[in-house]
Design a protein around this ligand. Structure first.
Ligand code: G3I
Length: 315
């Protein structure tokens, strides 16, 4: 059947993947990257530690490779991420003075969002700001700058990249729960205060058989607030070696996620967090688990790939 990107385009959404540019040297990886997707996000290359390893000294090599690949593919470029507690260089993590930290955050946003202004279609401006119970994560930004750092980052990003959509992104906010409700309340407050916010990302790092029952309803309630929504980092992990039963369930899970997005008018699309099971963050973090992506480590399409194609109505 046709490439997934063509089917996605007909459905009015984008199908994305997280790119690590070094993997493009592998012909199997490159072939899928070039054929199937019409949106690209950097898996790591646009993060703070990659772009500003020491203060005021920027490093663009990998990030530019991601931007260039997206342009060559005529794909959208999604920016990930400007303000995040993880993959934050030690020099930034260690700042204790509010003025110095706010200046460092603004300089970083100006430099990174400014460099890709006009190229990046949407930015994850702030990533992973919530604890599971819906309280604020005590990142350096939260501790030193207080609750207002999110509004400040969004406002600054709008100045640096006036044409980009500005998003907040988190994990375990995929169904209706305390964490997603905290995000919902924040977005409502930001909109009421006139702070620039255009979209919310739902990472959707899921466990096989556990797509939340309120998945679509949750997307819809954010859309009803007046923001776009997107599935930003989809993968569905399981115990390895994968059983046939789990791979079939995984296919149903991928299908359910794509169908939920298609059912919500303001869902702009789905991004898969990688391509193949041989290059996935999952086994590094969850011992004994993996097989989370639509292609296996030999780049063979799994049932999940077929399920995405069917959900998109690929011809
Ligand atoms: O760059 C260094 C390299 O110099 C070093 O030799 C090597 C040795 O371990 O590590 C390399 O850094 C690794 C980096 O990926 C780049 O490959 C880190 O150890 C590793 O921890 C890091 O993992 C990334 C992870 O974010 C870090 O938080 C994953 O690739 C990436 O998939 C993952 O993505 C996150 C999203 O950004 C946010 N949401 C959750 C998602 C999954 O954790």
């Amino acid at each position: 059947h046709e490439p997934l990107r063509d089917a996605a385009e007909r459905q009015g959404i984008t199908l994305g993947f997280a790119l690590t540019p070094g993997h493009l040297n592998d012909p199997g990886y490159r072939a899928i990257a070039e054929r199937e997707f019409n949106l690209v996000v950097a898996e790591n290359a646009m993060k703070w530690d990659a772009t500003e390893p020491s203060q005021g000294s920027y490093s663009w090599g990998q990030a530019d490779q991601v931007a260039d690949f997206a342009a060559a593919q005529d794909a959208d470029l999604y920016g990930h991420t400007l303000v995040w507690h993880s993959q934050l260089p030690g020099w930034a993590e260690g700042i204790t003075d509010p003025t110095r930290l706010r200046d460092a955050m603004y300089d970083h946003i100006d430099a990174v969002a400014g460099r890709y202004a006009g190229d990046v279609d949407s930015w994850d401006v702030v990533n992973e700001m919530w604890e599971q119970d819906g309280s604020r994560r005590q990142s350096v930004f939260q501790r030193v700058l207080g609750d207002g750092y999110i509004a400040d980052a969004l406002t600054r990003a709008r100045q640096a990249a006036p044409d980009a959509d500005l998003c907040l992104n988190d994990y375990s906010t995929d169904g209706i729960n305390a964490k997603s409700t905290a995000m919902y309340d924040l977005v409502a407050d930001l909109l009421a205060d006139g702070v620039p916010i255009d979209c919310v990302g739902f990472q959707s790092h899921l466990i096989v058989g556990q797509v939340p029952s309120t998945y679509q309803q949750n997307l819809q309630r954010f859309a009803d607030l007046g923001v776009d929504v997107r599935i930003t980092e989809l993968d569905v992990r399981m115990n390895v070696p994968a059983s046939t039963t789990d791979l079939a369930q995984q296919a149903r899970d991928y299908r359910a996620v794509v169908e939920a997005c298609l059912a919500v008018d303001r869902c702009t699309g789905v991004t898969v967090w990688g391509i193949d099971d041989g290059h996935s963050w999952v086994p590094d973090v969850f011992g004994g688990q993996g097989a989370a992506l639509p292609w296996d480590a030999q780049y063979r399409a799994k049932p999940a790939y077929t399920a995405i194609a069917e959900a998109l109505g690929a011809q």
